[in-house]
Design a protein around this ligand. Structure first.
Ligand SMILES: Nc1ncnc2c1ncn2[C@@H]1O[C@H](COP(=O)(O)OP(=O)(O)OP(=O)(O)O)[C@@H](O)[C@H]1O
Ligand SMILES: [Mg+2]
Length: 248
């Protein structure tokens, strides 16, 4: 039987200084090897959910387990095995960093001044740049890439520690159609070949990768649907949510 890699039970997360939880009553199990999309309108709580899974935000009630470890007590250990693609990751176009530096920062947590990087670190960097087909860009300044190339470097960054779990926040944002297809193909390939569990956030209903067969719909801080991709995409409810949804 496949192991639950994510197991959240009645989770509520609140931002500091706020009174009302941003996400609540979150019950979610994701098994090893699944490719799941989380969709929902702006402000639904998708990023907050990813950051709760990642241990970047603490839940105030409920129980949360990732890799069968309690999230709050094992944050740094858990995070070592999670690759996280941050939403709207921005970089100064004049920043003096090369693509390989950005990918390395996925292992070291730092850009620029590195802890001692070993041959093993560099092997992993070349490996993950190879996976996204960007080895030739290793020595290019990061600020000079196209949107699609930049997104591939960020995916390589998320892959740099050979994670068991990839959390991708809007991997298709700001991309043209051709780049979306490239990223989609890449995600399908990574999932198929390496059996990495992928949880991908999107609010673009027109763009759910082929390999992803389960969709979770969030609205106003809750999970309101969780089903096979076809069922969700053909349900009438979806259009209403996207018309009226969002946290106000
Ligand atoms: N640091 C914060 N402090 C207080 N409220 C916050 C904070 N960050 C986010 N929120 C609020 O929490 C709600 C959910 O935000 P979140 O970023 O999780 O939504 P999302 O579904 O990822 O939206 P989008 O599709 O726009 O990325 C929003 O109403 C947002 O304003
Ligand atoms: Mg978001």
């Amino acid at each position: 039987m496949l192991q639950d890699i994510i197991d959240l039970r009645r989770i509520e997360t609140i931002y500091e200084g706020e009174k009302i939880p941003v996400i609540y009553d979150i019950n979610l199990k994701i098994k090893s090897g699944e490719f799941v999309a989380i969709i929902g309108p702006n402000g639904a709580g998708k990023t907050t959910l990813l950051e709760t899974i990642n241990g970047l935000l603490d839940y105030i009630s409920g129980e949360g387990f990732v890799f069968r470890k309690e999230i709050k007590k094992n944050k740094s250990q858990i995070r070592k095995e999670i690759g996280y693609l941050i939403q709207n990751f921005e970089i100064d176009p004049l920043a003096p960093f090369l693509c390989k530096d950005i990918v390395m920062s996925g292992r070291t947590g730092k850009i620029g001044t590195f802890r001692f990087t070993t041959k093993k670190d560099w092997d992993k960097i070349w490996y993950s740049m190879g996976l996204v087909g960007m080895i030739d860009f290793a020595n290019r300044p990061i600020g000079k890439l196209s949107g699609g190339e930049f997104q591939k470097i960020l995916i390589a960054r998320a892959l740099a520690q050979q994670p068991r779990l990839l959390l991708l926040d809007e991997p298709f944002s700001n991309l043209d159609y051709a780049s979306k297809i490239q990223i989609e193909t890449l995600l399908n390939r990574i999932h198929e070949k390496y059996k990495i569990t992928i949880v991908m956030v999107s609010h673009d209903l027109n763009f759910v990768p082929v390999g992803c067969n389960r969709i979770i719909v969030m609205d106003k801080g809750r999970i309101i649907m969780d089903d096979k991709k076809e069922k969700i995409l053909h349900s009438n409810k979806i259009n209403d949510i996207f018309k009226n949804g969002g946290r106000k």
